[in-house]
Unconditional design. Structure first.
Length: 417
């Protein structure tokens, strides 16, 4: 009798509709505000698309060409040939013989020592070089620029897509499509808006909100559990934004710690470098937040399906046990990801003869430390909030038994998965 009554409550469509309505009442205003902000902040296109000339466009007649290395030998550097006659000294260096991709005779190319030390040119390597042979007489008519990396990058990208789709099936394919859409929105909206001097904080919040709405619903389907994860993600983004604003001001971060930032400040003087740093903190935190919130939301649903008679307190406690493990592992993930990206800086500052605390508080290191701390705080606080919302929604919808399992909540997903 009691079991039959419990099942009747679980399949009560009125409760499910009411819970979904509450979720949409909370989410809809945020989505509408983000949409309005997108329209208001949409770049006008007045700024020139390429305010900077190509970095290799230094003189008329200079061409950036590609070629294939046939062999590399140790010979007299072309740039020092004839120095003996002038009282100097000819030097030995690595010389690569390159066949131009456009056709023509092979030529000798002097390779910079910093390149040969880290990655010597080998036969079969495709490279980019500057052709100065049509300009003025020079002892080095060809200058090494970089390697051509399009093939390995393309292969890695294809391998990544294949693995994701093989393991996650249609949901993986939808996630990849959502990622492509998010990147397109960042390139088409966020970057031009920042270049036009729009508020970096508003642009960052708008971009992350729109991308999260689109990516989560597209990848995971329209369901109560997806809406729950989205609420948790938006909460985490809000916390991250608030702490980032305070930390950037309190720590007096300028954002002007790299050559690229200094170039931006010269070319686009209306662009706030500290604001750009804020925007970057939001975009960086967006992906990790999405990861933990969707996991927590799904965990609560699965727990409710396994133990449909659990109380809200029991569900929250079980969900937080999973969440605490997730917090521990993800905090490591964020810290080590940033440490890996900043490894050259870490190695360089370790050579300075100064106390560790002084090193960590320099502008460049402080930016990395604050990225880790701000992102981690938003992430950690999003987990209990998402878990609590998920438990409330599960209990409000009556989900937890098979009648309202995944098929009832995610019809669109179940059909394709």
């Amino acid at each position: 009798m009691g079991g039959h009554h419990h099942a009747d409550v679980l399949v009560d469509p009125a409760r499910r509709r009411r819970a979904n309505l509450i979720l949409w009442i909370l989410l809809a205003p945020v989505g509408v505000l983000a949409f309005i902000a997108t329209i208001m902040l949409w770049p006008s296109g007045d700024i020139a698309k390429s305010p900077l000339n190509d970095v290799f466009d230094t003189a008329s007649g200079v061409e950036l060409s590609t070629g294939t290395v046939t062999r590399t030998v140790s010979e007299t550097c072309p740039s020092t040939q004839g120095m003996d006659e002038a009282g100097g000294q000819e030097l030995l260096c690595e010389i690569s013989y390159v066949t131009p991709e456009a056709g023509g005779a092979s030529f000798a190319l002097e390779v910079p020592p910093e390149t040969t030390q880290s990655r010597p040119l080998e036969a079969g390597d495709k490279i980019k070089y500057l052709d100065l042979s049509h300009t003025t007489d020079t002892s080095a008519p060809y200058v090494f620029v970089d390697f051509v990396r399009s093939t390995p990058l393309a292969l890695l990208g294809i391998a990544y897509a294949v693995v994701v789709c093989w393991v996650a099936r249609w949901r993986g394919l939808r996630a990849l499509a959502g990622l492509a859409g998010g990147l397109f929105f960042i390139v088409g909206f966020m970057i031009p808006a920042l270049l036009e001097g729009k508020s970096p904080m508003l642009v960052g919040l708008t971009t992350s909100t729109i991308v999260m709405f689109a990516a989560l619903y597209f990848a995971h389907g329209f369901s109560a559990r997806t809406s729950t994860a989205l609420l948790g993600t938006l909460f985490g983004l809000g916390v991250t934004a608030a702490i980032a604003v305070w930390a950037t001001d309190a720590a007096a971060l300028t954002g002007a710690t790299e050559d690229s930032a200094m170039t931006l400040s010269t070319v686009v003087p209306e662009l706030s470098l500290s604001g750009l740093l804020l925007c970057g903190l939001l975009i960086a935190g967006m992906g990790v937040l999405n990861d933990v919130t969707i996991t927590q939301s799904s965990a609560v649903w699965e727990l409710a399906e396994i133990a449909p008679h659990s109380t809200a307190r029991q569900l929250f406690t079980s969900g937080m046990r999973i969440g605490r493990d997730h917090i521990a592992s993800t905090v490591y993930t964020i810290a080590f990801a940033y440490a890996g990206a900043a490894l050259p800086i870490l190695v360089l500052v370790s050579l300075y003869d100064r106390p560790l605390m002084d090193t960590l508080t320099t502008g460049q290191m402080a930016e990395e430390v604050i990225r880790i701390l701000v992102g981690s705080i938003g992430l950690v606080l999003a987990i209990p909030v998402t878990t609590a919302i998920a438990v409330a929604v599960v209990k409000a919808t009556g989900s937890g038994a098979k009648p309202l399992g995944r098929r009832a909540l995610e019809p669109a997903v179940s059909e394709v998965d």
